[in-house]
Write a protein that binds this ligand. Sequence first.
Ligand SMILES: [Zn+2]
Ligand SMILES: [Zn+2]
Length: 144
Amino acid sequence: MEYDGFKLRKALGYWILCKGYSGTVYLHRYVWEKEYGEIPSGMVIHHKDGDRGNCSLDNLEMVSKSDHVRIHSGWVRRDGEWYAKPCTVCGELKPLTEFYPMGEIWQARCKVCHDAASAEYDRKNLEKTRKRKRAYWHRRKQTS
Ligand SMILES: [Zn+2]
Ligand SMILES: [Zn+2]
């Protein structure tokens, strides 16, 4: 395989352009930069269809590194805005409004999973407190 007269080799599913002494370049970055100019730092080129080997321009998209992580974690955009993401506990894809905010971002687990976990935590705590109380009264009985 060749592209623009450069030899291509494949590594981990990516096409790599062998530019001789000027080093090696990922084909998707090369294709993007040829059309739109230099990729700013902090931005990455994403393969829309998930196929790293498909480097046609309409399969490429420039996104920020953090957005890229989101795309690959299954987040969903609507009108260019992040709209939904999968819960790391139940795995369900839910709108971001179904997650409690955590500073600038959202919790990894959805409200339902969060509430279930904190209810479980409260229940365990209550049990512990009861046991402690019971042990206390038991000791009192023995000493009196
Ligand atoms: Zn990607
Ligand atoms: Zn959940």
